[in-house]
Write a protein that binds this ligand. Structure first.
Ligand SMILES: O=C(O)c1ccccc1NCC(=O)[C@H](O)[C@H](O)COP(=O)(O)O
Length: 262
């Protein structure tokens, strides 16, 4: 169902996934879950007054190429945690974003903040390996999943005690996320066909998301002024990658975006 850049990314994700599955079965992953600490819940931080930041570990991207040299994601994650991040997102997709599950494990070992495994989740296997690596949340993109797959993956995250960030790009996807009952809805301002960011996307889609859900503004956020704008439009959480990985002082950068009120 996914076309263009997204379709290409998912094709690569599926190839890599099959390679990992050949080494570690789904049954092995389920067995490994018994030794993993219980999931950490980001919702109290997300629902507290003022903005909460999901700070992303992002090495490169299809839209911008190389963003930052991150020799040790644990060092960056500790800075995010000191700055007061409500959660840390680790991009684990390898081919286009330069991430890995090793990055996720390194960050898990370094901080107590809830972790989002940010990847192109299309199979239950990826949710299980996310939890086994210590993730507390996974990304589910409406643009990458039909309704049945979306529901099955969402239910699996809940069964494992995890949260799902259900991501939307347009009105139809927003209706699907709301109908699913998603409690955490991410509005991604990056158009996946052109890869450009439209700063009006959150304002356009947020009214379609009930106020009892946590609304997350994703992509193209570069400072406190952008955070103030989306908070005024109803966001409780911002997901920030590029601006933080390029900042020489990521701790202060996260702090400056945290707790912004209307
Ligand atoms: O970042 C990209 O170029 C991209 C391209 C195709 C699919 C997803 C993409 N990014 C994933 C994200 O959602 C962002 O990493 C996240 O929202 C942070 O965005 P930013 O603060 O603009 O780095």
């Amino acid at each position: 169902m996914s076309e263009g850049v997204l379709g290409e990314i998912i094709a690569g994700v599926r190839i890599d996934l099959e390679e990992r599955r050949a080494g570690v079965s789904e049954a092995d992953l389920r067995a490994a879950l018994a030794d993993v600490d219980p999931p950490r819940d980001p919702m109290p931080h997300f629902r507290a007054a003022g903005s909460s930041v999901i700070a992303e570990v992002k090495r490169r991207s299809p839209s911008k190429g190389a963003l930052a040299d991150i020799p040790d994601p644990a060092v960056l994650a500790r800075a995010y945690a000191r700055g007061g991040a409500g959660a840390i997102s680790v991009l684990t997709e390898q081919r286009r974003f330069g991430g890995s599950l090793a990055d996720l494990r390194a960050v898990r070992a370094a901080v107590d903040v809830p972790l989002l495994r940010k990847d192109f989740t299309v199979e239950p296997y990826q949710v299980l390996e996310a939890r086994a690596a210590g993730a507390d949340l996974v990304l589910l993109m409406c643009s990458a999943l039909d309704d049945d797959s979306l529901r099955a993956l969402y239910e699996l995250t809940r069964e494992l005690g995890m949260r799902a960030l259900v991501e939307v790009h347009d009105e139809t996807e927003t209706e699907r996320a709301v109908a699913l009952g998603a409690e955490l809805v991410g509005v991604n301002a990056r158009n996946l066909k052109t890869l450009t960011v439209d700063g009006d996307t959150f304002a356009r889609l947020a009214p379609g998301i009930p106020d009892d859900r946590v609304k997350v503004a994703e992509s193209g956020i570069f400072g406190a002024a952008d955070v103030a704008r989306v908070v005024a439009e109803g966001a409780r959480v911002v997901l920030v990658g590029e601006a933080l990985v390029k900042d020489g002082d990521p701790e202060s950068a996260v702090r400056s975006m945290t707790g912004v009120t209307q």
